[in-house]
Design a protein around this ligand. Structure first.
Ligand code: FAD
Ligand code: DHB
Length: 396
């Protein structure tokens, strides 16, 4: 069967769904193709912290209401080094900017509901998706759904299909450069129906390894522990997790920690990755399809939001004013913000983790570096400014 649309979007993660909704608001028809079921997408527990700019984009897409009522605005965040707690006053140091704690699951649910209301077409459980003829002005995507072969003709293809997706892989090797750094460690996350140990997030540098106390609400906590690169979830009973977390927390937090059964437990790898350019003719890469950060600093989802903002603005100008000159600038505009997010995530990861391959000399430098930043007004400002997120570039 043959279908036609303006923008074919591969992947119904946050990048694909948010782009689809923003384009819909501009009257730009689009079709989303997703490999798995909606429930499977919603079952993935991932990011929790939204930057000011990402939250603004959700509102611009007309889906900020639940985020604004149920999400928690955080004015500050804590970093612990040598058992000393340092608060970064995000709001005070950035002239009023904050972050919103609102889980990726909730945000994706809002996006899925908006998509159903928008009546834009979505095909879940598709297979053999393949972008075709991206260098021509008649690109198309082939895929299988319900046992039938389909062809989706379009003007543009948005590759929002994550790190393991097909979009980036469809670009010939000599037209794309991939930069990658793997860290010798991972993050073991645990979600529990327990009150968070602290009202704000706490990032902890500890000789036994990094830990993070995060939350989804004042009754639901999300905790992370740095574990070995080859560690497996099965080796971590809830009891072992809580015991290890207590050992890494400063005493006053350890004494307050409320434990309970886990709702979810998983290990995320730590990887820095950038593919450039993020474009191949009329195929555009967005979010994890083009770049990955280690989770320290919560930049993954937020950097994806930056790409969505750029493509949505460019396509609005293409369809609204016939301005096609910006299309070729997509990758350069995105990469400026992407590399900044990469640098911050890499820096935060190195400052706060105790990786096996780091020399004692470097470890001492890291401690000195983070302590300098935490003790100086200018240093705290540098962290705050990046944590709340740099502003989106104006597209005009
Ligand atoms: P994804 O969310 O990966 O969505 C891509 C979608 O494309 C998926 O639904 C996938 O099923 C679909 N797809 C894949 N291949 C195909 C195909 N061939 N055809 C059709 N559809 C396809 N970020 C943070 O900021 N904080 C965190 O704590 C954090 N934790 C994470 C934990 C894990 C295990 C992972 C993998 C990521 C984590 N991230 C975190 C990163 C953050 O979740 C991502 O940056 C964000 O999900 C990116 O959204 P996306 O839509 O670009 O990609
Ligand atoms: C969460 C994840 C992060 O990577 C981070 O830096 C902060 C919070 C979270 O899942 O809550």
């Amino acid at each position: 069967m043959s279908v036609k649309t303006k923008v074919a979007i591969i992947g119904a993660g946050p990048s694909g769904l948010l782009l689809g909704q923003l384009l819909h608001k501009q009257g730009i028809e689009n079709v989303v193709l997703e490999r798995v079921t909606p429930d499977y997408v919603l079952g993935r527990i991932r990011a929790g912290v939204l930057e000011t700019g990402f939250a603004r984009l959700m509102r611009e897409a007309g889906i900020g209401d639940r985020m604004d009522t149920e999400g928690e605005v955080h004015d500050g965040v804590e970093i612990v080094v040598n058992d000393r707690r340092h608060r970064i006053d995000l709001k005070g140091l950035t002239g009023g900017n904050t972050v919103i704690v609102y889980g990726q699951t909730e945000l994706t649910r809002d996006l899925m509901e908006a998509r159903t209301r928008s009546k834009q077409r979505t095909y879940y459980e598709v297979s053999n998706v393949q972008p075709q003829d991206a260098l021509t002005n008649k690109p198309y995507v082939t895929f299988e759904h319900d046992g039938a072969r389909h062809r989706l003709d379009c003007d543009y293809i948005a590759g929002c299909d994550g790190f393991h997706g097909v979009s980036r892989k469809s670009i010939p090797d000599d037209c794309i450069t991939e930069h990658e750094k793997l860290y010798p460690g991972g993050w073991l996350g645990l979600l529990s129906e327990t009150p968070p140990v602290n009202p704000e997030l706490v990032y902890i540098k500890h000789a036994r390894g990094f830990a993070l106390c995060s939350l989804r609400s004042q009754t639901r906590s999300r905790y992370y522990l740095q574990v070995g690169k080859d560690d497996v979830v099965e080796a971590w009973s809830d009891e072992r997790f809580w015991d290890e977390l207590k050992r890494r927390l400063p005493e006053e937090l350890s004494a307050k920690l409320v434990t309970g059964p886990s709702i979810e437990k998983s290990i995320a790898p730590m990887r820095s990755f950038v593919a450039e350019p993020m474009q191949y003719g009329n195929l555009f890469l967005l979010g994890d399809a083009a770049h990955i950060v280690p989770p320290t600093g919560a930049k993954g989802l937020n950097t994806a939001g930056g790409d969505v903002h750029v493509l949505y603005k460019i396509l609005s100008l293409v369809y609204g004013e016939g301005r096609t000159d910006l299309l070729e600038k997509y990758s350069d505009i995105c990469l400026r913000r992407v590399w900044n997010g990469q640098r911050f995530s890499w820096w935060m990861s190195n400052m706060l983790h105790d990786f096996k391959d780091t020399s004692a000399f470097e470890l001492n430098l890291h401690t000195s570096d983070i302590e300098y930043h935490l003790q100086s007004d200018a240093g705290r400002k540098v962290i705050a400014e990046q944590y709340v997120g740099l502003p989106f570039e104006k597209i005009e």
